[in-house]
Write a protein that binds this ligand. Structure first.
Ligand code: IVH
Length: 676
């Protein structure tokens, strides 16, 4: 792999994990691995400046918001924190900090605080009354969760003895351990699904459509930052701001300490590592902040994090247990993932009985075999993994495990393509894939069809009522009501839920289709640029590649998807079933006059910037790449056109249209022959 390919791969991967973590509240890899990937990406970008990109995930904080809530633009960007991973790195950090403000590390004062594993929240108060609460989102724009935050019991509605003007309080929303356990007990009592861990449960609880649901969840808020929006207050030390927050009625971390000098600070972080399980809440590290605000001002920020603070992350936790068997599961893309069935063991606070082995190469490299004693690692609260086998001298081991050659679900051969580390079941009618695809289609980040979980989908498949996602829209109450576990009421409500899903925006449908490499971020970009599914389906490859944040891999995958007969048929069925297939907002009221047409613009057109002209074409379903090809419908020529484009148009016999015809072209979708 060239550095360029590696950077592209890392950016794709990180974006994918961001989506899983921030949008679905379901992390896909251990934090430590995620951190390693972002570090590698930054290192490569530093080494090869030509590969830098201001849109790189390395410069972003978190993930963009979903469209459940109103967007809120933060007055001041909500930054992230840089990380260090052990005492030595922390010492180097403090040396760097001290040096850049010409001080001795032992002369600095640091605040050392727990890094609570919840989600960041900003609350704005106006004249001492709660005004608005928002999630972090991508750091710049978050989601308006005011109604939900009003239900959190320890968030003050008014600041006692509060100030005039605007104050912003930032902190973490979390579930204390006890509250989390109690909440899961209730879930079990209600016959509902248990939550995987406190962080996911807190995130899911805060981002509820109905505040009454949030109100039932025992969320807490801990404040760790005061942003004095009007500059009305004056503080010399960070520790004074924290005291102020406490006086206003906020919970602040009782374990926080001010430490004089780097060594004392490091010592205190060791204490946190040792006592991490004795705290009331889950922490994934320690935050270290320079206390002196004048020193902070000198240190400043990078694009994503302050230079005056860092987080010391804890290493993932490991335990040993017996490996009972190795099995293979088939996901919605057909990927066959080997996993370990384990003798249950408690790791990082929860019981683990299964762990991923990632892929064939990993099993070979680790040489783990059924019957082995293995080390299991769990970082944060993601899927646990098997690290290695523990050698037991004198003990006979089972034979080397070999990857199955056929799909455990459908019996068809498993295929591993050259240069890929993953193995796939390529049978398009494999029932396991179909099941996962339909479950994904109905999931919260996609069409959000309540009541259509794994069990229900499996039932509908085995009853032969559905064989494709498009069949969902033909289900009738009578068909369902006759099934076991259904009644008239639940059948009616499922059919109603499915009918409601037909008005979902295009971006959510795109997520639901599960096009390879297309997650919520790419889906939204595609949907807002093309507006209509028909326009997207007809888009030439170059037009897809030209979009922000859509790399060649995603572009190719989208292009390919719409060239496959089955997929075209499915879309025709969606359309027949009355799905909306477009993205609301902005230009949707425009007619798709240019659907599938490629219009190249050269030179400037009066009243339009380069981007405006392109946007106008896209908004009508067309595309506007930067070069002329056989597929070009016509070339619009403005002031000072490019000679190369004109020559190319002439060579290929592509019509050349004057700028004065641009409006007509947009309105009617056809160019007017000047001779006609
Ligand atoms: S300070 C500009 N303090 O960790 C500094 N963050 O990885 C902003 N977090 O987004 C953050 N405990 O959600 C700070 N005591 C603490 C924290 C804390 C948890 C979270 C926060 C932040 C993330 C960065």
């Amino acid at each position: 792999m060239t550095p360029q390919e590696r950077v592209a791969w890392l950016r794709d991967e990180i974006a994918r994990h961001n989506e899983a973590y921030f949008i679905h509240d379901a992390p896909s890899i251990p934090d430590a691995d995620y951190d390693a990937m972002t570090r590698e990406l930054r290192a490569l970008e530093a080494e090869f400046p030509e590969l830098r990109d201001e849109n790189s995930v390395s410069t972003k904080v978190g993930a963009p918001s979903t469209n459940l809530f109103k967007p809120v633009v933060h007055q001041e960007t909500m930054l992230s924190l840089d990380n260090v991973f052990d005492a030595d790195e922390l010492r180097q950090w403090s040396t760097r900090v001290a040096k850049s403000i010409q001080r001795d590390p032992e002369s600095l004062r640091f605040a050392v605080e727990p890094k609570i594993d919840g989600l960041a929240l900003s609350i704005v108060y106006v004249d001492g009354s709660m005004f608005q609460a928002a999630t972090r989102g991508d750091g710049r724009v978050g989601e308006d969760v005011t109604a939900n935050v009003r239900t959190i019991r320890n968030v003050p509605r008014t600041l006692s003895g509060g100030p005039r003007g605007r104050e912003e309080v930032r902190g973490e929303v979390f579930l204390a351990r006890d509250d989390f356990l109690e909440m899961n007990r209730q879930q079990i009592a209600l016959g509902a699904k248990e939550f995987a861990n406190p962080r996911n449960a807190a995130a899911g609880s805060l981002r509820q459509k109905d505040p009454a649901v949030t109100a039932k969840r025992p969320l807490s808020f801990l404040a760790y930052q005061l942003v004095d929006l009007d500059g009305a207050l004056s503080f010399t030390y960070y520790s004074e701001t924290i005291r102020q927050l406490g006086d206003w009625g906020f919970l602040t971390a009782s374990e926080s300490r001010l430490e004089e000098g780097a060594e004392a600070m490091i010592h205190r972080t060791d204490w946190f590592q040792e006592h991490r399980h004795d705290l009331r809440y889950d922490i994934d590290g320690v935050v270290i902040k320079v206390d002196d605000l004048a020193q902070r001002a000198l240190l400043g920020f990078t694009s994503r994090a302050p230079r005056w603070a860092t987080a010391r992350k804890f290493p993932p936790e490991e335990r040993t247990t017996r490996l009972l068997a190795i099995e293979v599961s088939i996901g919605r893309t057909g990927r066959a993932t080997p996993y370990a069935v384990l003798e249950p063991v408690v790791v990082a606070g929860s019981t683990v009985s299964m762990a991923t082995l990632h892929n064939q190469d990993q099993v070979v490299a680790k040489d783990v075999r059924p019957g082995d004693l293995v080390i299991v690692r769990k970082a944060g609260d993601v899927i646990p993994e098997v690290v290695a086998a523990v050698r037991e001298p004198g003990k006979r081991r089972a034979r080397k495990w070999t990857f199955p050659t056929s799909c455990p679900e459908c019996g068809q051969p498993l295929v591993r393509r050259d240069s890929e580390s993953d193995t796939y079941c390529v049978n398009p009618t494999c029932p396991a894939q179909l099941l996962e695809q339909i479950v994904h289609f109905a999931s919260r980040g996609a069409l959000d069809i309540e009541g259509l979980g794994e069990q229900r989908v499996a039932q509908l498949l085995s009853e032969g009522l559905i064989g494709d996602v498009a069949d969902l829209f033909t289900l009738r109450v009578d068909d369902l009501a006759a099934l076991e576990g259904f009644g008239e009421l639940s059948a009616t409500s499922l059919v109603r839920e499915i009918a409601n899903a037909t008005s979902m925006p295009l971006s959510r449908l795109l997520v639901g289709l599960g096009i390879r490499h297309v997650g919520p971020v790419a889906a939204r970009e595609l949907a807002t640029r093309f507006h209509h599914l028909a326009a997207l389906a007809a888009a030439p490859l170059e037009a897809l590649e030209a979009l922000d944040g859509i790399g060649p891999v995603i572009a190719q995958s989208v292009y390919q998807y719409f060239r496959e007969e089955d997929n075209r048929e499915r879309i025709a069925r969606f359309s027949a079933a009355g799905l909306s297939l477009d993205e609301p907002g902005g230009a949707t009221s425009l007619e798709a006059t240019l659907a599938g047409k490629v219009v190249v613009v050269t030179g400037s057109i009066e009243g339009y910037s380069r981007d405006d002209a392109e946007a106008a074409i896209l908004a009508r379903g067309g595309t506007s790449p930067g070069s002329v090809s056989k597929k070009t419908y016509c070339v619009v020529v403005g002031e000072a056109p490019g000679a190369a484009k004109l020559a190319k148009a002439r060579e290929l016999g592509i019509p050349v249209v004057g700028a004065s015809e641009f409006e007509t072209l947009l309105a009617t979708g056809v160019w007017k022959d000047p001779l006609a």
